[in-house]
Design a protein around this ligand. Structure first.
Ligand code: FPP
Length: 280
């Protein structure tokens, strides 16, 4: 059964309400934060928080795909995360390996294209191999593009781009005058992804933590108070309803915008619909 076939009617109804708002984001980026605190609160080892976090990954990937979102980018492991205790890093790599092994068939069956950004060369051999196979196998899928940011940091990618641009200038391939936003973006690892429309961060923290620093320039930010292991599709729906109610001006004034109208805030209406459906 595909994800669309197995969806229950209440959930479908909620998604239809959301889709009817008309301006769902094309690209959602997520900082999955709070796994450690979730585990600590239950006196579990931190890795249990990451394990439960994978359940949230599954649900958010599925819901995004069902909603017809085109791009979902998850911050799964930052370059800075290599500094965590060895057993946590090892545990996370094992979970990643497990996820790729277990999920690939399902992702493929549901037309998901897997992609990755980051310093992949520093990942364990087995993870690199699995990632490579998964990307190759799903390369022609046309549904959701699921990008895992692994051993990634925004500054790292920017510095890397500057190095390659400098080399291309030295080789005479481009001249310094050619460098503009568009050209710069084309040197980043995210070159094939549109800029994120919304960045969601769980666990109440209000930081970018070195994620997609260049790409997030005009992105809307939504902070959820839920810890990542508790962040499931209802929280995603809330973030998306909030997003659809915002006016994105990209530096212009309201009156310059073609739509001319600020949509009403739909959060409370949405909450009522979800609650009614849940309790019915
Ligand atoms: C941040 O929580 C989360 C991470 C560093 C890792 C996120 C990884 C997963 C959800 C699992 C693997 C992902 C995939 C895609 C297979 P934290 O540990 O910093 O939490 P804390 O701030 O409460 O300590």
């Amino acid at each position: 059964m595909t994800w669309n076939e197995e969806q229950n009617s209440k959930d479908k109804e909620i998604q239809e309400h959301l889709i009817a708002q008309g301006n769902l984001p094309k690209h959602i980026a997520v900082i999955m934060d709070g796994n450690g605190r979730w585990a600590l609160a239950r006196q579990f080892a931190r890795i249990s928080g990451h394990k439960e976090g994978i359940e949230s990954v599954r649900d958010i990937v599925k819901a995004s795909s069902q909603l017809g979102i085109k791009y979902l980018t998850l911050y799964a492991f930052s370059i800075e995360n290599w500094n965590r205790p060895l057993n946590e890093v090892g545990g996370l790599m094992k979970l990643l390996e497990h996820y790729l092994r277990q999920e690939l068939d399902e992702l493929h069956k549901n037309n998901v294209r897997l992609f990755t950004i980051g310093k992949v060369s520093s990942l364990p051999k087995v993870v690199k191999k699995l990632l490579h196979e998964a990307m190759e196998r799903t390369a022609n899928n046309t549904g959701l593009t699921l990008t895992l940011a692994l051993s990634y940091s925004g500054r790292w990618d920017i510095v890397r781009a500057v190095q390659i641009i400098s080399l291309d200038v030295r080789r005479g391939k481009i001249s310094p005058e050619d460098i503009n936003d568009e050209l710069f973006s084309s040197y980043l690892q995210t070159r094939d992804l549109p800029d994120p429309d919304i960045l969601i961060r769980s666990s109440g923290e209000m930081r970018l933590s070195n994620f997609l620093l260049w790409e997030i320039a005009y992105g809307e930010i939504f902070i959820s108070q839920k810890l990542w292991p508790e962040f499931r599709r209802d929280e995603l729906y809330e973030a998306l309803y909030n997003y659809t109610s915002r006016e994105r001006r990209f530096g212009r004034t309201s009156s310059q915008l073609a739509s001319g109208e600020t949509p009403d805030r739909k959060d409370s209406y949405f909450k009522r619909v979800v609650d009614a459906l849940k309790n019915s």
